[in-house]
Design a protein around this ligand. Structure first.
Ligand code: HEC
Length: 136
């Protein structure tokens, strides 16, 4: 192998290696560290044992199984369809597009401005769903 080819080969290996490292789960937000804390501060107030609005409990230990691949009570969609934002009713409730997919009720978190999500929080939830909605 000539020096030039060897260099090219090495660069490819490095590029591939870096790429693989970048694609690691770090890119997918953590359900426990990033997503659940949002529910704790903005949602459990109305979605907890004894106040399970729409049959949805978002408290720690319950939120994941109540959301992921679980059918919505208001629409035909799943609450969270791993990898698919448009089929995830949760996203429609957060964006206020729930009526356009045959759902009903208000956008979340309801009428309480103190609990509205900011763009960064919505983006975290989107990235987590697109990343396959892992229980990480
Ligand atoms: C002030 C109370 C209140 C807060 C805060 C609230 N919710 Fe709700 N949520 C409700 C009520 C009541 C319903 C049922 C009626 C409706 O949809 O308007 C509901 C319904 C839902 C549904 C529909 C469930 C299904 O199976 O179809 C989802 C999803 C949801 N909420 C998610 C959230 C999320 C996520 C948050 C936090 C960002 C949140 N809610 C905050 C009261 C609340």
């Amino acid at each position: 192998m000539s020096g030039r080819w060897r260099k090219f080969y090495l660069c490819c290996l490095i590029a591939l290696g870096v790429d693989a490292a970048c694609a690691e789960p770090r890119a997918v937000p953590s359900f426990k560290k990033d997503i659940q804390p949002i529910f704790n501060t903005q949602c459990v107030f109305c979605h907890v044992t004894g106040a399970e609005n729409a049959g949805l409990n978002l408290a720690r230990h319950d939120a994941y199984r109540n959301l992921v691949s679980t059918k919505s009570t208001e629409s035909e969609l799943l609450r969270v369809a791993p990898g698919d934002l448009e089929k995830s009713y949760l996203m429609h409730k957060l964006r206020g597009t729930q009526l356009s997919v045959g759902g009903n009720g208000d956008s979340m978190p309801k009428v309480d401005p103190a609990r509205f999500l900011d763009a960064g929080q919505v983006e975290l939830i989107e990235k987590w769903i697109l990343g396959g909605a892992p229980n990480n």
